[in-house]
Design a protein around this ligand. Structure first.
Ligand SMILES: Cc1cc2nc3c(=O)[nH]c(=O)nc-3n(C[C@H](O)[C@H](O)[C@H](O)COP(=O)(O)OP(=O)(O)OC[C@H]3O[C@@H](n4cnc5c(N)ncnc54)[C@H](O)[C@@H]3O)c2cc1C
Length: 413
């Protein structure tokens, strides 16, 4: 009997699942539904495109022919409005019902819009899609002054775009540093100096109060939380994601700021799976529910979901240490694992632009940030995967070269 797989979202999670299902089951019916007007592209590269450094072509990953060749029914420009998990149908904005045997939800998130005065003015950008990147590239190329809001991994992309496009920009941050949940001041200062080097001025203990607009409705200044005005015709905001789950609200699928799944990417509802940024998944290493927004883990979750959907059983679990790198500066930057959680930490500065921070939970390494020297990343990822109790061996872990053999033996080899 042919199984009908319907996948919502053609990001890296949805697309990897479709590919996995096709490889495992040549007879399956596969439908991929996306509200975007283009097939899978490399979301990681759209920042380089917006900087003006890359043409469009290398950003694209799949042309529609890729789906034709694999007999995958790709439906572009199709917004999913509802799911009936009893009848096993997906509803689209056009009123169409698409039936499924197995459903994968891989619809990711949408940037959060701050509910402040003039938030919808012209010239204010959020950044998630290739279409957003086209608008940002065009606007940044002609703008003289900008403001960036959101001191995290996506906000810094907007700051780097301003730097690359010669927009004289201020970067408003709450608190005294960039990504304060994962970096101490020592580490963040390396980033602050690098921002200044590309012409972006960090503004600390600040934040957004509201926007002021000119007579045409275009933003012309940002009023910060201290009442200070910053002139800007270009504004970039990255203050988090709202997960795209509205169409599941009338279903029994458990939602908790995302879709709750186990380590097999299964929801609590039979034949409904979820993968990618949208999941609140059971992490078998942390032994806890957690969330992660990174390309590599979204891809792996899509593969895990695809394998389990085809097998009709739990044949593969998600056991993965994610990482996320920043390549905007002269030095490399990598965060790995879960650097914003933990009950203990250790850090060291090695030179003006080399720094390391490690976080521990229940005695085990769970994440960290490396600036300047990434040579130890695979060692740290291995230690996390091995679930070694190493929190009492911080000195060894902060050595420039970590000797795995010098650490106390691992319970799992
Ligand atoms: C600018 C930028 C830079 C990034 N840089 C990095 C990086 O350097 N390293 C890294 O690891 N990660 C990076 N990321 C994060 C990474 O891109 C994401 O973690 C990853 O793309 C998530 O994939 P996904 O398939 O889960 O979701 P998405 O890629 O968000 O795909 C979800 C798809 O579902 C569609 N959809 C949503 N709702 C509906 C609906 N109701 N009906 C139909 N379709 C719907 C969406 O339009 C979208 O196409 C970056 C992200 C951005 C935006």
């Amino acid at each position: 009997m042919t199984t009908s797989h319907v996948i919502l979202g053609d990001g890296i999670a949805g697309s990897s699942a479709a590919e996995t299902i096709r490889e495992a089951d040549p007879d399956a019916e596969i439908t991929v539904i996306t509200e975007e007007g283009e097939a899978l592209y490399n979301r990681i590269l759209i920042k380089e495109f917006a900087k003006g450094k890359l043409p469009e072509a290398p950003v694209s990953i799949h042309e529609p022919e890729w789906y034709d060749e694999r007999d995958i029914d790709l439906r572009l420009n199709t917004h999913v409005t509802g799911v009936d998990t009893d009848e096993k149908v997906v509803r689209t904005h056009g009123g169409e019902d698409v039936g499924y045997d197995k459903l994968l939800v891989a619809t990711g998130g949408t940037p959060t819009q701050l509910p402040v005065e003039n938030a919808d003015a012209e010239g204010i950008h959020h950044f998630w899609t290739f279409q957003d990147a086209r608008a940002i590239r065009e606007h940044a190329a002609e703008a003289d002054r900008g403001v960036v809001i959101g001191a995290g991994l996506l906000g810094i992309d907007l700051a780097a775009i301003c730097g690359a496009q010669d927009v004289d920009a201020k970067y408003l941050m709450r608190g005294n540093r960039w990504w304060r949940y994962a970096l101490s001041l020592d580490g963040a200062e390396i980033i602050h100096r690098a921002l200044e080097d590309i012409g972006v001025e960090p503004v600390f203990e600040s934040g957004l109060d509201h926007f002021e607009v000119d007579e045409s409705g275009h933003v012309d200044s940002v009023i910060d939380s201290n009442g200070d005005a910053h002139e800007a015709e270009f504004v970039g905001i990255a203050v988090g994601l709202n997960y795209n789950t509205e169409f599941l609200e009338d279903t029994p699928v458990e939602l908790d700021d995302g879709i709750v799944v186990d380590q097999y990417m299964q929801t609590g509802v039979e034949d409904v799976y979820a993968a990618g940024d949208i999941t609140k998944y059971h992490d078998v290493i942390l032994e806890d529910q957690t969330q992660n927004g990174a390309w590599g883990s979204a891809k792996e979750q899509g593969i895990v979901a695809g394998k389990n959907m085809v097998a009709d059983d739990t044949v593969k679990e998600f056991r993965y240490v994610p990482s996320y790198s920043i390549t905007h500066f002269d030095f490399p930057f990598l965060s790995f694992g879960h650097p914003t959680i933990g009950d203990d930490e250790a850090e060291r500065k090695y030179s003006d632009d080399e720094w390391r921070r490690l976080t521990f939970n229940n005695g085990k390494l769970v994440g960290g940030v490396l600036i300047g020297d990434l040579s130890q990343q695979s060692t740290f990822k291995k230690i996390i995967r091995q679930e070694r109790p190493v929190a009492d061996q911080k000195e060894l872990l902060l050595e420039e070269d970590v000797e795995l053999d010098a650490l106390a033996p691992s319970p799992i080899e």
